[in-house]
Design a protein around this ligand. Structure first.
Ligand code: SAH
Ligand code: SF4
Ligand code: F3S
Length: 452
């Protein structure tokens, strides 16, 4: 495990990294920092003193990309003020837009998600007249041998990417094009990384992949010897009963009974599944190419709850996908009520160039209808989140303390196994400890509790 905190050394060049998008991108920035640190760089949190400015970008929705274009304008000012500053756009937007990012002469380096090992070479080759680009996608790269330099602030919870890419080709989604084909990382390297972070004082790991349920490792030379996601989860859970294990994201079509039973048999595997449904309408699910039905989804939820009644279930929902009718939208609302999600990420459909949906279906739900449907979905989810938290009042939970609460320095904050944020009076406890609490009240976002 490498140094968590940057050492200030005036002789070393400084890199400033901004990260956008999903948890996998956050972990990728930690991989990038590891590679750059080996090349002599140190991290700075002050853009004004950096000789290398990187933005690790996201393409998932148009507004994610618009934000980056805005940032590139800001970076232009840095270049005007200080000669020799190198600007790099890396990650999904780099992969999607490639040399179009070089228009405007601000960006010096464009590097896709599988090109990070090549960053030191790209940096060396840059001159004011020759920007550098590497957007090759790989069938093998998993950065398995690289120890990410942790950039989280709490030192309690670490991300571990267990796979890269995605083979699903949901019709609205840009990820298969920006991240390439799915590949699973050697389980031994994952177990080693979990042990390393635990030895360094971390108390929780979150295993990351676009579709963790399709994780599959075939032993080279013995392809019938395989490790699937449930096996991997068990291997990581055995690191220590004191290490909590989370994971994200599960795909409803792939989540297996074996996985559900594996979760139930290890108390340190957190009782939470992020299970994006996207829509409650079978017509929409079909067009989205999600490869499951509403009925299948509800059956999976029933199975999870029959094995783990206390398991938190969260989801993602898209409002206003191509051709969505008022009835399709009602079907989403009714599914939300039927499941009673504990929390959700909710979005308006944003057409992404090059995806199947962009080529096949008109983006025909008017913007104001998308917005009003999204608002209804958000309002309903607020009610469901509140109700879900109210059900916890009077119950006891073990909270892993992540730090001091934003609201009061006398209070601590952390999460329960089922992924609810919980605040309580510190009573001498500190970050990294497990504390037994009793829930005494709640808002729609937070459980209020006291140590028992
Ligand atoms: N691999 C995960 C999701 C990754 S993207 C899965 O399959 O569940 C995270 C979320 O962004 C998706 O679940 C979806 O709800 C949303 N999303 C993806 N593409 C989108 C688009 N074109 N417009 C709006 N939301 C989108
Ligand atoms: Fe995108 Fe679907 Fe892959 Fe998730 S499973 S990343 S939504 S293509
Ligand atoms: Fe965005 Fe790429 Fe993640 S598009 S959501 S950063 S995989």
């Amino acid at each position: 495990m490498k140094n968590i905190r940057p050492i200030s050394d005036p002789a070393k060049p400084k890199v400033y990294i901004e990260t956008y998008g999903c948890q996998m991108n956050v972990n990728d920035s930690e991989v990038i920092l590891s590679i750059l640190q080996d090349d002599g760089y140190v991290l700075t949190e002050n853009m004004d003193e950096a000789s290398l400015i990187l933005a690790n970008t996201c393409s998932i929705r148009d507004n994610a990309e618009q934000r980056i274009w805005g940032r590139i304008d800001q970076f232009r000012l840095q270049k005007r003020r200080r000669t020799g500053v190198i600007i790099g756009i890396v990650g999904c937007m780099a992969e999607r837009l490639k040399d179009r990012l070089l228009d405007g002469h601000v960006v010096d380096i464009v590097a896709g998600p599988d090109s990070y090992r090549n960053l030191p070479a790209l940096i060396k080759a840059v001159t004011p007249d020759s920007p550098q680009m590497d957007v090759m996608l790989s069938h093998e790269e998993t950065y398995a041998d690289i120890s990410p330099v942790r950039m989280d602030r709490n030192g309690i919870s670490a991300y571990i990417s267990i796979m890269r890419g995605c083979n699903n080709v949901c019709s609205y989604c840009v990820v298969p094009y920006t991240r390439g084909v799915e590949r699973s990382r050697d389980p031994q390297s994952i177990v080693r990384e979990a042990a390393e972070v635990f030895d360094a004082g971390y108390k929780e790991v979150c295993l990351l992949g676009q579709n963790v349920d399709s994780y599959l490792w075939r032993e080279p030379g013995a392809p019938d010897r395989t490790v699937d996601f449930a096996d991997l989860l068990e291997m990581v859970a055995k690191t220590s009963p004191e290490l909590r294990v989370r994971f994200s994201t599960s795909h409803p079509k792939d989540i297996s009974d074996k996985l559900i039973f594996m979760m139930a048999s290890y108390p340190n595997i957190c009782r939470h599944i992020h299970l994006p449904v996207q829509s409650g309408s079978n017509a929409m699910l079909e067009k989205m190419r999600r490869k499951y039905t509403r009925e299948w989804y509800l059956e999976r939820v029933a199975k999870i709850r029959s094995v783990m009644p206390d398991c938190g279930i969260s989801t993602d929902i898209i409002a206003g996908f191509c051709g969505e009718t008022a009835q399709d939208h009602e079907d989403t609302l009714s599914l939300m009520r039927e499941v009673g999600f504990d929390s959700a990420f909710m979005f308006q459909y944003s057409e992404r160039p090059g995806t199947l949906a962009a080529m096949k279906y008109p983006d025909d739900v008017p913007p104001e209808v998308k917005t009003s449907r999204l608002n209804e979905i958000i309002a309903l989810q607020n009610t469901l989140s509140k109700a879900s938290n109210e059900r916890e009042i009077g119950k006891r939970h073990t909270v892993l303390v992540e730090g001091v609460s934003k609201r009061s320095s006398e209070e601590l904050t952390g999460r329960t196994s089922n992924n609810k944020v919980c605040v309580f009076p510190s009573c001498g406890h500190k970050a990294g400890e497990y504390v037994e609490v009793e829930v005494t009240g709640c808002t729609s976002a937070t459980l209020i509790s006291r140590p028992v």
